[in-house]
Design a protein around this ligand. Structure first.
Ligand code: FE2
Length: 328
């Protein structure tokens, strides 16, 4: 005989600190719930869809402290939480695929935190450093994998993708120019990640517009280095060099850049690296108002814009993609 609803055995749940999921890999093999009231749980993340960092961050921002899982999934939850993404990245037994997946998950979670807040909390910077460290590690160990990451990340939102690609391209350019130690590389990676953070303060239509910006929108757009700087100004743990990169990445050696129109010798060198990585990464990406340029066309455009980029860095960028260009 079937049991009536009231006689059915109710599932029991246990609670888990929501913050534990921030450092974890994304795929889950259990379901997670929010408790709405006694005996009333809402299903929020499922084994089919995995964790969604944007929603996770929203819950944390709304002061949700715990999530719930079913008692029968306890073992799965424990083993999931015992394997943070960062550990997988450095696990000698993990496959390259697992490492890339864990790094992308860490990056996605990290970028979501960066882009969903008005200011950048200290903890977010700590995890940004961890993520950048892993990129630098990958650059040394398996540089080819980074190209795969650029492709994979292109499925995310433009700002998220653009920030990853700028960070990675900045690292490539720095490394190819052969003059930076590991600490500087980590800083440049962070500058690449954060350079457009001020864009999160701009009205959405400016980033998504299918047409060229009108003069008033341009004026707003030109505010983003300053907006970015003020977002990270009070954040401890961000080195001054990163602030320079955020503030100066649209300055041009010829003096026609913004916000201050300063000239080559005064522009911080890593900010010039981020500038060229930013422009090149944007050109090879499809935008609402134009298709993506091929690598060779993007290089041609960068080369033709005299005074806009550091001439030595243009050569470095070209040398990185030379073979690809010759093949095109
Ligand atoms: Fe920018």
């Amino acid at each position: 005989m079937a049991l009536s609803n009231s006689e059915e055995k109710k599932p029991s749940y246990f609670e888990i600190d929501i913050r534990l999921f921030r450092d974890a890999v994304r795929d889950i093999d259990f379901d997670l719930y929010l408790k709405l009231s006694e005996d009333n749980y809402a299903h929020v993340f499922s084994r089919a869809t995995g964790l969604d960092y944007q929603r996770l961050s929203q819950y944390i921002a709304k002061k949700v402290r715990v999530l719930y899982a079913r008692e029968e999934d306890k073992k799965k939850v424990d083993s999931f939480l015992s394997r943070p993404a960062n550990d997988i990245f450095y696990d000698p037994d993990a496959t390259v695929g697992e490492k890339v997946a864990s790094l992308l998950n860490m990056t996605e979670q990290n970028m979501t935190e960066i882009f969903s807040q008005m200011d950048v909390p200290k903890e977010t910077i700590v995890s940004t450093k961890k993520v950048i460290n892993n990129y630098v590690h990958l650059l040394a160990e398996q540089p080819k994998t980074l190209a795969t990451i650029i492709k994979l990340a292109s499925h995310g939102d433009y700002l998220y993708y653009h920030s990853i690609s700028t960070a990675i391209l900045s690292l490539f350019i720095s490394k190819a120019s052969g003059q930076f130690n590991r600490r500087t590389l980590e800083m440049i990676g962070m500058g690449g990640f954060l350079h457009d953070i001020g864009c999160t303060q701009l009205p959405e239509h400016i980033l998504d517009t299918e047409e060229d910006l009108d003069p008033s929108d341009w004026q707003l757009m030109r505010q983003h280095p300053k907006l970015g700087l003020s977002m990270i100004e009070g954040t401890p743990n961000i080195p001054d060099e990163v602030r320079y990169m955020v503030y100066q990445h649209h300055e041009e050696p010829g003096g026609n850049g913004y916000p201050n129109g300063i000239r080559s010798p005064v522009i911080y060198f890593p900010a010039k690296i981020v500038a060229i990585a930013d422009a090149f990464g944007a050109l090879i990406t499809k935008r609402p108002h134009r298709p993506a340029y091929s690598v060779s066309d993007a290089l041609r455009i960068i080369e033709s814009e005299k005074g806009k980029f550091d001439a030595e860095l243009v050569k470095v960028l070209v040398s990185i993609f030379e073979r690809k260009r010759n093949a095109a």
